[in-house]
Ligand binder design. Structure first.
Ligand SMILES: [Zn+2]
Length: 265
């Protein structure tokens, strides 16, 4: 009698677990669909974090407002329009309150799939507890600001399609403010499903999909960067970081990955 009851409990537990997994999958599918249809506004929350205790970082965080991210909204609107989307401001960015607790640390540069999934679940749980903003965001970006000299190497930024979360590292420096937006836009498009288009060892954009103008004659130097290629190719070995989003485009391959170009186009 008792063993039959515990067997029943086990079945109920498994059933509930399956229901929970289905709910997660359904909600992920819904938000994926929303991000990829470009017909409804997508709201992105930006939560700033101080990467260090310097006065420079504290001062820079004080200067941030919703307006600090306008250029990303306008750039995405313009790029989406090139692909036939007529929606005004298809993506809107909102500045959330500063977050003081650090998110769970990424396991390593190249974690196994299980580690990555567990980290993404922990990060999602952590994010849901630091989500003090007046909107219900579809994407959450946690942005660390560093008081580092321009050109310094910052920790690796991450944008996750699963969970629609980014952990991003940029400079607490007004001279870098527009370049910061290029980095944020790149990670934001990862959450929409875009893949990197550069060689991770050399950081050179990959031809043709990592080039903004793969048909250009002569091919090099290019004058623009493809957002997921990340850099403006100068010659076969060198490339430079774009100064701002006006030097950056969404190429056809990235556009297809994020639903701007439909497969039949
Ligand atoms: Zn990337």
């Amino acid at each position: 009698m008792e063993s039959r009851a515990s067997g029943m409990f086990r079945k109920i537990r498994i059933f509930l677990l399956l229901l929970a997994l289905l709910a997660v999958a359904a909600s992920a599918w819904r938000s994926n669909a929303r991000l990829r249809d470009w017909a409804r506004n997508v709201d992105v929350a930006i939560y700033p974090l101080a990467a260090d205790a310097s006065p420079q970082t504290a001062r820079f965080l004080q200067t941030l407002s919703n307006d600090s991210f306008d250029e990303i909204e306008t750039w995405l609107e313009d790029e989406a329009r090139r692909y036939g989307v007529s929606q005004d401001k298809p993506v809107r960015l909102w500045l959330g309150p500063q977050v003081t607790e650090k998110p769970p640390e990424y396991p390593s540069r190249a974690p196994g799939m299980l580690d990555a999934i567990l980290w993404s679940l922990r990060l999602r749980w952590w994010a849901s507890r630091h989500d003090d903003i007046h909107i219900r965001p579809h994407v959450r970006l946690f942005v660390f600001f560093h008081a580092a000299p321009p050109g310094a190497r910052l920790p690796h930024s991450i944008g996750l399609r699963e969970g629609k979360i980014g952990v991003i590292h940029v400079f607490a420096d007004a001279r870098q403010a527009r370049q910061n937006l290029v980095i944020i836009a790149h990670e934001l498009l990862h959450t929409f499903g875009a893949a990197d288009k550069y060689d991770p060892a050399s950081l050179q954009p990959l031809y043709p999909h990592g080039y903004a103008e793969p048909e250009r004659q002569p091919l090099l130097p290019q004058s623009l960067a493809e957002i997921m290629g990340g850099r403006v190719p100068v010659d076969a070995q060198t490339s430079r970081i774009p100064e701002n989003l006006s030097e950056t485009r969404i190429g056809a391959a990235s556009a297809r990955e994020i639903g701007l170009l439909k497969n039949s186009d």
